[in-house]
Design a protein around this ligand. Sequence first.
Ligand code: ADP
Ligand code: MG
Length: 174
Amino acid sequence: MRRKLTSGHAFVALGANLPLDTPNPEDTLRSAMAAMIPLSQQLPVLSGIYESEPKDCPPGSPLYLNAVVGILPRADEDPLTLLHKLQAIELRFGRTRSGVINESRTLDLDLLAFGDKEMDTPELTLPHPRAHQRRFVLQPWLEIAGNEWLLKGRTLGDWLLECQDPPLSRLQEW
Ligand code: ADP
Ligand code: MG
């Protein structure tokens, strides 16, 4: 049963393509999902985990695993406080940054949307500026939010129809 989403929900995209404590980044994604429970007033809504070809990444980058999580932020949370908590989780899961664009990572947590808030600052752009162009975001997001959620005025399904990225495989149910 899909839990009811509200206009107050926030969505986070998870990505990982480097091992951390185990050889399989899937373990990192599952642990990161658990780490997001305290950020939500309700149990988070989880997509499946998808495998994607690296997009716009340095040559030789390993395959990515991706998922999307829906949370209901606490009343005292705002987009920036939530982003900072997500960045703290990234650090706990071994994230390092050398400055190379789209470099491989143990864990990436991008804030896709925070309710219907819109902002455009160097630190945070909402909705996420590239979400609508990425199958590895749209497909898991559609899985949990359906076509009720509008991104830049269009349904996630409409964006997916336009997306040129190759098909993704969804890992087995868990
Ligand atoms: P990327 O996710 O693009 O591969 P990073 O995770 O290193 O790269 O993020 C780069 C910067 O993007 C961060 O310093 C962050 O402040 C900024 N940023 C802007 N908008 C967002 C957003 N919606 N979600 C996450 N980070 C964002
Ligand atoms: Mg990021």
